[in-house]
Each structure stands twice: as structure tokens, then as C-alpha cells.
Write a protein that binds this ligand. Structure first.
Ligand SMILES: *[C@@H]1O[C@H](CO)[C@@H](O)[C@H](O)[C@H]1NC(C)=O
Ligand SMILES: *[C@@H]1O[C@H](CO)[C@@H](O)[C@H](O)[C@H]1NC(C)=O
Ligand SMILES: *[C@@H]1O[C@H](CO)[C@@H](O)[C@H](O)[C@H]1NC(C)=O
Length: 849
């Protein structure tokens, strides 16, 4: 459960709350006047940088906390009212087992929770946050199309719960349409029947807060706990953005059920879990009191929330909790209708057998679209069940998309609480690496995610990319971990919340951008490309500015060299000071961080970025002088003589980092450190050095070493290509039966902890994003005519088989896609479900790069 060592982070738009409403007319897109617009923006970017320099560099508060001045990507014409309304509601609270919200800064929120009656401590057994309590449940989307519907299965002990959600836009619906969610639950055959009675809580809350006259107007719960509203209406409300709405409850014909409800004013949503636990606790207290006072003949206590609706104090309840107790097997449906017209007909369309058919038609459409997008059936070289596992992995990627709103915390100076500022508020629409462990946005994951989402729904993908680019500040920095809003913050340990504006992260977004640009010159894509063209035109100044930020802030000591500058030379307790900004956290780098360092992976990312910028400029028919600069840089960064001079170990033909380094270090117990009154002075582990560091290549072969190969820096006829493939296939180094491991077995850091509490992370485990890059490259060279074509193909086929068997096999065994895989056993490791970049196996199986 150790939080991953990546840190959290920050920000975007000026308009504040209210922006992005579906009713706000989007500004007309620059359309074909793109070229002039782009030039204008370049000029403003230059001015913005000049201002920033004058104000004193990267630490400058004004530069860091203000936004890059350019038209917002999210204002592009394609994200018009119609689009925003279609996308308004979604399962955009991926950190919950099931939670809906709108893509508005202040939204109606819904969530589902339940208690596990079979649990020893049933009263504290609330399930609400995805993955909590750890180990209690297994969950994941079976189908989700990223926009209209999703079907999820949760296995909790002997009980299985299915949540089936669908959106519906009827001509009479209000803004954002209607939706319905069916919750069905049943027990495994042979399970203890006494535990069949399960309390579910479904809640809906309005973030506009309790002090609004437009808050929820509730139906008070009836004495028998049954709603009396027409057709099972349990609530009506009026929301500032959506207008009138109604909520209905319908239970399965054969379901035994019972309803309780509580209405409350609520200001905070980050601790709704505790809130629900508190309500049940109160309900239990009430029953005990009644039993003591002889008002109740019951001798059992049930887990129920107290029936009651807040009144008085001039505040209206803005949060309603409905407890539906059902006897298993059973099911219930909550239906949300926007607007007031034609409710009966709309309700009917979203309940009972009509709902069943609607879900079925979406499921069928999903499969058809999946086959159109990714191909039919299983090819001969993929494991059995590959197609089904792929559909689920894609569904989890899409069902993991969330909407976040809030400010990031930015530390203008390291370790100085006085210099922490709020950056924002910002809106972020993003996919997430893991719903349980990392239910928020991560910059370097996102480039990989979009390679998948883009194929499924290009507009959805552009929308996500647009939100990320809009986070850029005037300096050109994009914070790498996005912890926006109190809900997100509540799940991140405090010390990880602050983002530093000098800290980079691999600019993987250039992977999808390069792909888009290449698509523009593909004659088969004519019709589809217009939206990409407009997107890239509007994005261009931002991308250039981002690139320039890397040049300025992460430039290395020698021309053409780069370094991750966030490494800390003062740490004494780590075996090797971490490089969190590289994304490869504990991968061993130079033992003594210094300004002399040269990081190979960053240099290669920069080569990719320069190539992407040049390709985009060319694809958009921009004047040569506006992208020539990037073409030149791309060529310089692809120049192997220069690369070799900086990074090649000529004895071994390995590409390596350079820096002040000695391998002669180890962690040893040292006396002593004061640990407070109780513990007093205690020994601790500190790094001891047995020889002095020298400027040299850092002899740790691993993922970074393969970056020149990953990013296609070799010509097809270059013998060095062959040498690199040999290195990749060497089982003493990275090759394993389960994919390429992150660090060579021969490295003294292989499998080593970095501190007593820091288990190995990128020190041996197999990671799917890096295997994807390896496969993408081998596939590339396998298509090019040249002396090493057959060699590349052979390595490709074997690596592909190993990776797919590992990922698909582990899914079939455990029900999860994992963060990493053990290089010896192939077992899934780290957090799960992890249907961020580990889902890339979908593309690998289809040779789709
Ligand atoms: C599932 O049911 C079986 C049979 O009644 C029982 O032995 C087991 O403890 C149950 N498991 C859980 C997690 O409730
Ligand atoms: C939730 O958090 C708010 C503010 O942080 C606090 O005032 C409130 O008491 C908390 N509620 C519960 C149930 O923990
Ligand atoms: C390469 O080998 C030579 C001769 O053994 C040695 O002096 C040199 O240090 C080696 N270079 C590296 C980078 O290890």
C-alpha cells in the first residue's frame, strides 16, 4: 500500500467556476486561418517567456502561477454545446466503485456503497472507495464505451454485484439527458444464506452546497420507509446548471426490499465514506436505545441509516442518502430524469425490460465497434481469450476516465512551507492509471493511454489531451501529477501533494501527437483528419512552449545533453538518489547527482519531441521557417556520432547515462538520530561510500539504455541496430520469459531496496509501457528493408508472445491487469487493477503501433 513514489501536482484556467457549461457557446475555431493564428501565438509565447525571464526565472511566482496565454484547447469548435451535453454525465468518479458526476466544476454527485454483512466487523465494512478495504473485493468494468454505458462486476466475498449504467438522450430530456443504473446482487451457490440481507446506499448530492435556495427539494421518507412519489419517485431537485431533475427508484419484481433515507446539508465530499459509516452508526444507536427503553421488541440490530430529513436553520439538504436493503438475489434501479416533461415515458424507457434491452443493444454495439477498431477474433499468435480480456481492459481504461476540478499545490521553493501556493482552479478530464491506487491524472502515463483511447474514440482522446495542454503555465510547465480538489487530495499523503515547477516528466504526449501528424499526410484518412488538423494547429504554440521549457530547464552541461534536474544531491539515506521526474523512480543513475549528469532517456524523449514538432509543422503546411528549428534539432538529436560521444560505452556497445559515479556504496547502520521522547536516539541506515565518485558512464544497463532503439534512432542498415537487438535479447541483461525486465540481472542494484521502506520498483520488474516501446520499435524495423529485418521480426514475435502470455495469463488467474510483472515468476505485482498503460497489450496483440 506504499504510495507510489511519483509525486502529485497542478493547474489551469482563469475563468474559474462556471467555465465549460454546456450552455456556453464555444468560440469559433480558427479553422483554416490556422497559420496566421499559430504565428501570432508563437509571438505571444516568446513575449511570455521574455516576461518570465525578466521576473527572475523558473522560481518566479508570477510566471509559475499564471497560465500560458493562448486560446484554450478546450474551446476548440469541436467541443461545442452539443458535444458537451452528450459528454456531460459519466462515470467520472473513477476512484469509487460506482460514482457519477457531470463535467462541471460544481456538479451533482452520485455514489454507491454497501456493507458486507458477512464481515466480522459488519458495521465498519463499508465499500465505497474503489479497492477499499484492500483485498475485500475484486472489481472491474466488463464493458464500457467511454460515453454511453458501462457494465461492471464486483465480487465481494460470496456476493457478486453488477452495476449497469446507461445514458439516454430523449428529445424531452433536459440538459445532459437522463441516465439509469441497475444494481443486481446475488450469492455464490452454496454460500451461507443467513447473510443474504445486504444494505446498499445510493446517494446524490449537489456540490453547489446547502445554502442554495436551489438545493434538493426532498420527499420526506414515509413512516413505512416506502416512497410514494409517482412511479417510485424518491426525490426531485433543481440544480443551478441543469435545472429541474427527478430521481426514481424501482426494485426488481421478485426482489424483497426495504428503503430508508436521510437528507442532509453537506459541505464536504472527500469523507462521504466516513459520513455513511457515521449514519449507520447513528441508526444502530437509535435501535439500541429503543430496545433499552422497551419501544422495540426486536432483539437484533440492523445496519440502517436513520430515517430523517434535515429541517431548520434556513438550510436545505443538498445530499440525500437512500438505503435500499435487498434480500439476495435482488436488484434495484435508480433513474435520473432531467427536465420535467414526459417523465412517464422516459422512466419506462430506462427501467425493467426496456433497460435490459437498451443495455443489450449497447453491448452488441460495443463488440461490433471493437472488432471494427481492433480486428476480429484471436489471431494465431495471441493467447486464448485474448479478445475478451482486451475488451475488458479497454473498458477499464475508458471506465477509468474522470473529471477533476480544483487547485494544485505548487511549492515555489523546495521544503519551504511559506512558499507553497495554490495553482488553479483547473478542470482536468483524464484517464487514470489505477482506480484504486492512482485515481487521478499522471502526465507521463497519459501519452500511453491516448495511444489506445485515440483508436477507440479520437474526439474523446483529443478532449483529454486538450485538458492536459490547457494546464500549461506561462513558463511552459505542466505539472506531472494532478491532485485537484479535496476528494483527490484526501487520497494522497501530504508530503506528495506539492508540485515543483522545475520538475519535468517524460513528454509522452508527443507519441499521440506524432501519430496524429503522420495521419494528416496519410491519403486514406482525408475525411477524419480535419479535426486532428485543427487540434494540432491550436496546440502547436503550446507544444513549442513545452519543448522550450524542457530545453531551458532540463538542458545538460554539454550541447545535446539533458538531465533530470530534480535529483537531490543531499539525500544520505537512499542507496541511489531517486529520479522521480524521469518516471523510472528508483532506476539507478549516477551515485552523486550533479550538474555534470547526462540522462539518456531524456535526450531520446527530446529527440521524439523535436521530430514531432517538425512533423506537425510540415503536416500543417506551415512556413518552413516556423519549424525548421525543430527539424534541425531533431537531426542533431538523431545524430549517432553525437549520441555515441555522449552516451556509448564502446567496450560493451551499451548506451548509458553519464555522471559522477561510484558503484562502491552500501546502506549501513549509523548511530544515531533523535526520534522523539518515546523512542529516543536510534540507529538508522545511511549510505556509506567506499570510493570517490568519478565522472564516467554509469554502468547500469536497463530500460534507458534501449531508448535509442525504442525511439528509432538507428538506420535499418546500421550494424549498431543489430548490436542493440542482441543486447535486448541477452537473458543475463533484460530478456526474460515474461517480457523485458527494467534493470539488468547483472546490476548490483537488481532487486535491491533503495531504503528499508522502499522496495525495488524499476529494478527488475517487467513494465508494459516499456515493453510496448520495445515491441513498437522491433515491429518498425521488422517492416523496413535491411539486413536486420528478419532479426527484428524474430525478436518481435518472441517478445510479443512472452508479454501477452504474461498479461493475459495473469488476468485469467487473478482477474486483474497489474502495474508490473515479476521477471522471474511472471506474477502480477504492485497495484491493481492497473488498466493504465498495462492495457497496451491490446495494441501489442493487434500489432497496432
Ligand atoms: C462463503 O460461503 C462459504 C459457505 O457458506 C463460507 O464458508 C465462507 O466463509 C464464505 N466466505 C465469505 C468471504 O463470506
Ligand atoms: C469531513 O471533513 C470536514 C472538513 O474537513 C469535517 O468538518 C467533517 O466533520 C468531516 N466529516 C466526517 C464525517 O468525517
Ligand atoms: C573499456 O575498457 C578499457 C580497457 O579495459 C578500460 O580502460 C575502460 O575504462 C573501459 N571503458 C569503460 C567505459 O568502462
Amino acid at each position: 500500500m506504499a504510495p507510489r513514489r511519483r509525486r502529485p501536482g497542478a493547474k489551469k484556467d482563469d475563468e474559474g467556476p462556471g467555465r465549460g457549461l454546456p450552455s456556453t457557446a464555444a468560440e469559433p475555431a480558427p479553422g483554416s486561418g490556422l497559420r496566421g493564428g499559430a504565428l501570432f501565438l508563437l509571438v505571444s509565447a516568446v513575449l511570455a517567456s521574455a516576461v518570465y525571464y525578466l521576473r527572475g526565472g523558473i522560481g518566479s511566482e508570477v510566471g509559475v502561477l499564471s497560465r500560458f496565454q493562448a486560446p484554450l484547447m478546450t474551446d476548440l469548435a469541436e467541443f461545442d454545446d452539443d458535444y458537451r451535453r452528450r459528454m456531460l454525465w459519466g462515470t467520472y468518479r473513477p476512484g469509487l466503485y460506482f460514482g457519477l458526476r457531470t463535467r462541471l466544476p460544481k456538479s451533482l454527485l452520485t455514489g454507491l456503497a454497501w456493507f458486507q454483512p458477512a464481515s466480522r466487523d459488519a458495521m465498519n465494512s463499508v465499500r465505497h472507495l474503489a479497492g477499499a478495504p484492500p483485498g475485500a473485493t475484486k472489481f472491474g468494468w466488463l464493458r464500457h464505451d467511454g460515453a454511453n454505458f458501462g457494465i461492471q462486476e464486483v465480487v465481494d466475498g460470496n456476493m457478486t454485484i453488477k452495476t449497469s449504467w446507461v445514458k439516454h438522450h430523449h428529445p424531452e430530456s433536459g440538459i445532459g439527458g437522463d441516465w439509469s443504473v441497475r444494481v443486481s446482487a446475488w450469492l455464490r451457490e452454496g454460500a451461507e444464506p443467513a447473510l443474504k440481507h445486504v444494505p446498499f446506499i445510493f446517494y446524490i448530492a449537489d456540490e453547489h452546497g446547502p445554502d442554495m435556495t436551489t438545493g434538493i427539494l426532498g420527499l420526506r421518507a414515509n413512516p413505512d420507509g416506502k416512497p410514494t412519489g409517482r412511479g417510485g419517485r424518491v426525490l426531485v431537485g433543481r440544480n443551478e446548471d441543469l435545472g429541474d431533475w427527478s430521481l426514481y427508484l424501482q426494485c426488481g419484481k421478485d426482489t424483497q426490499w426495504d428503503l430508508h433515507s436521510t437528507g442532509l446539508p453537506l459541505d464536504h465530499y472527500h469523507n462521504v465514506t466516513e459520513m455513511m459509516q457515521g449514519l449507520v452508526f447513528m441508526g444502530v444507536q437509535q435501535q439500541l436505545k429503543q430496545q433499552r427503553e422497551g419501544q422495540s421488541s426486536e432483539n437484533k440490530v440492523r445496519l440502517v441509516i436513520p430515517d430523517g430529513w434535515w429541517a431548520g436553520d434556513g438550510v436545505e439538504p443538498n445530499a440525500a442518502f437512500f438505503q435500499v436493503d435487498i434480500v439476495l438475489p435482488g436488484e434495484f434501479e435508480f433513474v435520473f430524469l432531467s427536465g420535467q416533461d414526459e417523465q412517464e415515458a422516459r422512466l419506462e424507457a430506462l427501467t425493467g425490460s426496456r433497460l435490459t434491452s437498451l443495455l443489450e443493444s449497447h453491448t452488441t454495439a460495443f463488440s461490433k465497434r471493437f472488432e471494427e477498431t481492433f480486428g476480429v477474433g484471436d489471431a494465431a499468435d495471441v493467447p486464448a481469450d485474448f479478445a475478451e480480456v482486451s475488451k475488458r481492459a479497454l473498458s477499464n481504461m475508458l471506465g477509468g476516465i474522470g473529471y477533476f476540478y480544483g487547485s494544485s499545490r505548487v511549492a515555489l521553493e523546495k521544503n519551504n512551507p511559506e512558499k507553497v501556493r495554490e495553482y488553479g482552479p483547473s478542470e482536468l478530464f483524464t484517464s487514470v492509471p489505477s482506480r484504486s491506487f492512482f485515481p487521478r491524472g499522471f502526465l507521463w502515463d497519459e501519452g500511453f493511454h491516448q495511444l489506445m483511447i485515440r483508436r477507440w474514440d479520437p474526439q474523446l482522446s483529443r478532449d483529454i489531451l486538450a485538458h492536459w495542454l490547457d494546464l500549461m503555465n506561462s513558463v511552459g510547465w505542466i505539472p506531472r501529477e494532478q491532485i485537484l480538489g479535496e476528494e483527490a487530495r484526501a487520497r494522497v499523503p501530504d508530503e506528495f501533494v506539492d508540485q515543483q515547477p522545475t520538475v519535468g516528466n517524460p513528454p509522452t504526449l508527443f507519441l499521440p501527437f506524432l501519430k496524429m501528424a503522420k495521419g494528416l499526410t496519410d491519403p486514406g484518412q482525408r475525411a477524419k483528419e480535419q479535426a486532428d488538423r485543427e487540434f494540432l494547429s491550436q496546440a502547436y504554440p503550446r507544444l513549442c512552449h513545452w519543448y522550450d521549457w524542457f530545453l531551458r530547464s532540463q538542458g545538460g552541461p554539454i550541447k545535446g545533453s539533458f538531465r533530470w534536474t530534480a535529483r537531490d544531491a543531499t539525500v544520505t539515506k537512499e542507496l541511489n538518489p531517486k529520479t522521480l521526474d524521469s518516471g523510472l523512480d528508483d532506476f539507478p543513475r549516477a551515485s552523486h547527482p550533479s550538474s555534470k549528469e547526462r540522462h539518456l532517456d531524456l535526450r531520446c524523449w527530446m529527440a521524439l519531441a523535436a521530430e514531432a514538432l517538425a512533423t506537425i509543422g510540415e503536416a500543417l503546411d506551415m512556413p518552413l521557417e516556423s519549424y525548421q528549428h525543430y527539424r534541425d534539432m531533431s537531426e542533431e538529436l538523431r545524430d549517432l556520432q553525437l549520441l555515441n560521444a555522449l552516451h556509448l560505452d564502446t567496450n560493451t556497445s551499451q548506451y548509458l547515462d553519464f555522471g559522477m559515479h561510484t558503484d562502491d556504496v552500501q546502506l549501513e547502520w549509523v548511530c544515531c538520530e533523535y526520534h522523539g521522547e518515546e523512542r529516543g536516539m536510534e540507529k538508522y541506515l545511511a549510505r556509506k561510500e567506499y570510493s570517490s565518485p568519478e565522472p564516467r558512464l554509469v554502468p547500469h544497463f536497463g530500460y534507458p539504455s534501449l531508448f535509442p532503439l525504442f525511439l528509432h534512432l538507428f538506420d535499418a542498415g546500421d550494424p549498431m541496430l543489430s548490436t542493440q537487438i542482441d543486447l535486448l535479447r541477452n537473458p543475463d541483461l533484460l530478456w526474460s520469459d515474461h517480457g523485458l525486465r527494467s534493470l539488468a540481472k547483472t546490476s548490483p542494484f537488481y532487486g535491491q531496496k533503495n531504503t528499508p521502506d522502499d522496495p525495488p520498483y524499476w529494478r527488475g520488474a517487467v513494465w508494459i509501457n516499456m515493453n510496448f516501446l520495445a515491441l513498437r520499435s522491433l515491429h518498425h524495423y521488422g517492416q523496413l528493408e535491411g539486413p536486420y529485418k528478419a532479426k527484428a521480426r524474430e525478436a518481435y514475435a518472441e517478445l510479443k508472445r512472452n508479454v501477452l502470455q504474461t498479461v493475459v495469463g495473469e488476468y485469467l488467474k487473478s482477474g486483474y491487469i497489474w502495474e508490473q510483472y515479476d521477471d522471474v515468476t511472471g506474477y502480477g505485482k504492485g497495484c491493481h487493477p492497473f488498466t493504465g498503460w498495462s492495457a497496451l497489450f491490446i495494441l501489442i496483440g493487434r500489432d497496432a503501433y
